[in-house]
Write a protein of this length. Sequence first.
Lengths: 323, 710
Amino acid sequence: MGFPKDLSQERIVALITVAIFAMASVALPGFFSPDNLVAIVRSISVLGILALGMAVIIIGRGIDLSMVAIMAMSVAWYLQMLNDGMGEWRALALVLAGVLVIGLANGFLVAYAEVPAIFVTLASASFVFGLVRSQMIGSDAVPVPAGHWLGHLGGMRLADVPVEVYVFAALAFATFLFLRFTKWGRYVYYAGDNPAAARNIGMPVRPMMVLRYVLSALIAFVAGLLTAGSLQSMNTRVVNSTQLYDIVLVAVIGGIGLSGGKGGVRNVLIGAALIGILLNAMTILDIPLLYQNLIKSAILLIAIIVDGVLNPRDEQTAQQGDI
Amino acid sequence: MSSSVPFRERLQALRYNLIPDHLIGEILTKRWTDNAIPFLALVAVIAIFGSAIPGFFNPFSLQESTRQLGEFTIVVIGLTVVMLGGGIDLSVGSIFALATFAAVGCFFILDLPVWVAFLGALATGALCGAVNGYLVGFLRLRAFLTTLVTFIIGRAVFDILIVQYGAAVQTSFAQSDAWDFIGDGTVMGLSVPILSALVLAIVTHVVLTRARIGWHILAVGGSRRSAHNAGLKVRRTVFLTYVFSGLCSGAAGFLVACRLSGAGPGTGAGLEILALTAAVVGGNALGGGRGSVAKALMGAVIVLVMTNGLIRLGYGTGTNQMVLGLMLAVAVTIDIRWLKNRHKVLNEVYVAPVYLRMGDAQSAEPGSGTPYALNNRLSEAEPIGLGELEGPEDVILDRDDHLYCGTRHGEIVRFFAPDYKRSEVFAHVGGFPLGLAFDRAGNLLSCVGAMGLYRIAPDRTVTRLSAETKRSLTSVQDDARLRDPNDLDIAPDGRIYFTDSTKRYDAHEWTLDSIENRGTGRLLVYDPADGTTRTLLDGYRYTNGVCMAHDGKSLFFSESWACRIHRYWIEGPRAGTAECVIRDMPGYTDNINRASDGTYWMAWLGMRTPSFDLSLRHPAMRKRMTRRLPQDDWLFPNINTGGIVKFDETGRIIRTFGDLSGLSHPMVTSMREHKGELFIGGILNNRIGRYRIEGADPTWTGPDSYWGRT
């Protein structure tokens, strides 16, 4: 291992990932088989897609706690409308409009009303779940209608690799291009590093912020479609599960600093790889789901502590009300 | 009002002088207005659900609701304290669940007595709180995410425990009267949870508002950096708030364990968002420093009535989350916007001008032939302390001919006789010392702007005599405080008569007071015998100079923005009443002092202008002006020209002095006669002027005139 100067969080995590991977390959029977490796990548592709959206938001010094709610509830509503016999395009248009409105509302409240992102998205998650659950759908789980393209999507494979892996790869590449090579992508870093300075030199900080929340809402919808495709239904109970924290975990553990302006797609990939391998290994070891939750949350806590140590704040530089 | 006044103007006069617009601004300056929105929400929620749900107010149903309310309130109080300290605690739900399990486990599985179960629950809460406090307080992690993660960890641990031991609890036969009493019993008609919540609320309120640790918490929440720089132990204080929150959740967990005699997978689920919504809906600010236990209570009632009401009205799954999310978003947005814009709103509405039609004045133009005609005499005054002084509002001389004045730096400067070339700082008072007077014992008394009435003894010790009077019954803002003490004089019996110019503005905002032109100036008296201060007269437009008449039976005082001199009777048949002796002067009246020939000197701080007189008849225009124009463009009294007027007891004007050059004494706020010379001060001037008066008594001094020769 290198020495403290080279020891960024990203490298540590990459090394740990490789180490666990090596250990699991040796110790766990059936871990290092092609099928299992594909299963690992598949298991993390939805999580990874969500983490991409979260990463863009976190780099811009925000957070979106409503992603899982948007993911589950938008698709549940969509499926419900299809099951009720509504036309494909009409249902899709309605859902997209709904997703857009929620993203815009999040972004508007964060950017223009200057409400802390964490409260806005916590509230909107609760609101979206409550609204769809109580007004739009009849039960916790909504099945994909028979013969619908979503149903085929789940079973589709190219060269023995499920289609969501390709979607994840494509989105990761697109996000990489956006963050690295487009003007607005670079702006995300500047706005996240120092919003006031970014605004002073004339960047459209607020519209960009709204755009990011809209993007993350759309990404959540895509992730939801893939989930529904592979499970043939959308279970809205996922909103109350720990999936949301898995997303934050993937982003944070890969080394995307919560104070903004740091990280990129590579960090998401590393974080996703570590979590995917861990989850897969724990499943092979037959650790009950409850204990898996405990282990994941403990890892997240450690990641946050490490993040706090690497990016320390002190009494003089801390922002008032920065909670 | 004469009939020549147009109808529209008369309407304006009624509109602006009768409708108390100024109260809006005064109400908005109150901290308790923060409670208005939550309180209205509380009333609305209770009214709506009380009428929609049959039997909402029936005692038994209330009894059951209050049990839950008590437990919930305890949690919300804990969260509020954390928020006041600038943090947030989302883990209350899982701490609550763990504490419930601890209590249930002690009682049902281990068969321990109730008090051990109680201590177990508290210890669990304190331990979890300490973990949060350590991470957030000492390691300085982000409160929201950290407590979110400890929430998940706590929840995971609880889920594991409940799966393993849930059955053991249900099959236990443990029983105790105390346990059942806490769960079911009442004391004087009140259930145990609601009593505990009340006690906790009162104790927390007292600690937050009266005790050292409470002040520390508010200081840390209000400004972490300042608290750190002031030497408070910021990290420890934050740590303690989380421990307190943990203890509260622990106590609430114990109460619910007694009530339900068990714990299940649903225990404490969703409590964090409920408690957070309650704290924020009640009006506690995110980021700390602003909030109270009362707000926590209001928020708790609003949220609980609302969520329970929705369930009882039969709305389906998810409705609660929808409403909670909406409430949280709205409350947080209102909180943030209100905090950000409160001072803007205040600026918009605070200045509330009134209508005044000034009487026609005699001209003060040089050569106009009126007694007010200004000349250029004061430009001949010899400067004292030129360039060294800033703002000698008032000047005074003692028996040894030394000259004293206040400065805007809060000092009393003394110039030494006979040539007044040398000076020293006689005393440092702070504030802005304005009016000066010597009492019989040779103490120097001063009205210190923004501070109060002060005494400086010959040995230079500074004593505060008065900073407040009795509050009037109908005042909205606190008018007990002396906001702008201006000038004073001392009666033969030693009582000190002094003015407080305005109740609505601080001393440096006198331009706003002149533009508003509302009569809030007062004449007060301080009695050295018992140290009390009383208000004698109220409702004048900027009371200013005070001077005891030569016989000591009455006093003159000036009303600056009305350009008037009044006489207030201390003795005789008209004691306690005031009459106007000079009205409609061409200049704004300031300090008044005795002259050697039995008459009086009076300063003009500025001169009336037709344009400002006209604007006084147009309150709406002045309000627009203060809102839309930068301060430099405001129309307010012309203070580039002033003067000194000499008048006698009957109000007859004897003569007027001015400085037409505008160099030496363009504005005058005070003047003292001493041994045939006049010493001139100006609040915006950089010198004191010394002017020889023709024909004045060369032996006359102020102290002799007041207290006799020694």
